[in-house]
Design a protein around this ligand. Sequence first.
Ligand SMILES: C[S@@+](CC[C@H](N)C(=O)[O-])C[C@H]1O[C@@H](n2cnc3c(N)ncnc32)[C@H](O)[C@@H]1O
Length: 268
Amino acid sequence: MTDSHLDLKTDIPHSARVYDYLLGGKDNYPADRAAAASITADWPNLPKSMRANRSFMARLAHRLAAEHGIRQFLDIGTGLPTAPNLHEVAQTVAPESRIVYVDNDPIVLVHARALLTSTPEGRTSYLDADFHDPDAILSSDQLGETLDLSRPVALSLIAIVHFMPDDAVVQDIIDRLMEPLAPGSMLALSACTADSAPEEVTAGVAAYNANGIPLVARDKAGMERFFDGLELLEPGVVLVNHWYPDEAAAEVDDAHVHMYGAVARKPA
Ligand SMILES: C[S@@+](CC[C@H](N)C(=O)[O-])C[C@H]1O[C@@H](n2cnc3c(N)ncnc32)[C@H](O)[C@@H]1O
């Protein structure tokens, strides 16, 4: 497939490819690398913060599978495949785990094959859809054929809602996605905050916006509100390096982590 068939818009920086570049990946273009250079001039610790977030994602998938018995995941804003992917972590604990990945970036779609490497006992599927269209996600064949909504599902929104500045829009979509999920389902969220490094993150957010990528930083109360109506699990909304840290996370400096993360359970 060529770029023109897919309209990859490689001349415009894109969040998934900027993220890929800053994590050391190869699926990015000159416009993404130029944007990354200008953003990190203002936001030098962004790559460290992104790595802390990625490590949070892996600890989260492991803990949900190992401690909470979660066997189904709906991961929206998946990003380009990066080792380990969520299904690889979950299936290490429980090979029968089933995962639906969703992203709206055509480049992620091109690389989706790397996400479809399920164990034979489990299943993974990939859906090219927009977070803003929860009905399309919930009614998709990919979801219908992969997940059993009568059993708990973890909805994971890792490093995506900070691209959506309107709290009410995000809340409405979260509510609509959680509504059909069984009691015991989980909402796992991480998003950008300036609380740990106000000057640096404020400058960095402005640099993202100047590169045409909308980004917003939220404070702790703003993050906590997304969990209204759910049972926020310990330790609540924390910088992602503080969420059940492993040895590496425990050594990270808080001033270098600009992401809050938390998990909550849908009550019976
Ligand atoms: C920063 S990456 C995070 C990737 C991964 N979740 C992680 O934390 O490592 C954000 C991802 O969200 C996707 N995204 C942004 N807006 C989206 C939308 N409206 N619908 C679906 N995906 C979206 C981007 O394409 C990108 O792949």
